[in-house]
Design a protein. Structure first.
Length: 237
């Protein structure tokens, strides 16, 4: 099995990703944002090597994105100016899922498990994750960081070392809902059957109120018939 790069090796506090998004979307400058983060975090994280690793993840989520993800990131910057503060988590979550396939896979497993069990532990996630990411100590260690991050973002509940569902987050902003759905479909890598689109496993912390008409009219999506005659939705790049 070819070893895949995990990348997500630090728990990222919600306030830091919020700070990163604010600074970058105002300046649109990678170097200025990196310098700002180093100065801001120097007291809390005096060890430069550790601070750099945190900043690397922050930049990877919001700034140093692949070219084919920049459309969604730039759209997120525009949304950031107009949405409610509590709705920002939709943007952070979507870009995190898009940035790290490792995180995306863990969230998919989490969602599936929480459909059958009241609580899920990190070892339960790792037992499935190792089939695709390998039986590596780093995989086992870093598996713990993702549900812990989601807990700190108030997307999961935590009791001792087990996680359970938090109340689903909702928003009345249809544009925001469509944006998150677009990131989830893109992260999914495959077209999604339209009848199942709102049930994407990696969307479990959120509640959608958009309709199929909203999806059909959105600039993010294209719909077409599959070989079996079913209507599927793809991300329009």
């Amino acid at each position: 099995m070819k070893k895949k790069q995990i990348g997500y090796d630090r728990k990222i506090p919600h306030d830091l990703i919020d700070l990163t998004a604010d600074h970058y979307c105002k300046t649109k400058d990678l170097d200025l944002t990196r310098k700002f983060l180093h100065e801001f975090l120097s007291e809390k994280y005096p060890n430069e090597a550790g601070r750099k690793k945190i900043i690397t993840i922050l930049l990877r989520i919001w700034i140093r994105v692949p070219d084919d993800d920049k459309q969604l990131r730039d759209y997120a910057c525009n949304l950031l100016k107009n949405i409610r503060t509590k709705d920002r988590i939709w943007l952070h979550y979507g870009l995190l899922i898009l940035a790290y396939p490792f995180v995306c896979d863990i969230v998919r497993i989490l969602s599936t498990k929480l459909g059958f069990y009241d609580e899920v532990s990190s070892p339960m996630i790792y037992n499935e994750l190792k089939n695709t990411w390998g039986e590596r100590s780093c995989v086992q260690k870093q598996t713990c960081l993702v549900p812990l991050t989601l807990f700190e973002w108030n997307l999961l509940q935590r009791k001792k070392y087990k996680y359970s569902k938090e109340n689903l987050l909702s928003s009345n902003n249809r544009e925001l809902q469509l944006w998150l759905l677009a990131t989830l479909i893109k992260a999914n890598s495959n077209p999604v059957e339209i009848s199942k689109i709102i049930d994407l496993l990696i969307a479990f912390p959120f509640s959608f109120s958009i309709t199929m008409d909203d999806i059909a009219r959105s600039e993010f999506f294209t719909t077409h018939s599959s070989g079996s005659g079913r209507i599927v939705v793809s991300f329009k790049s």
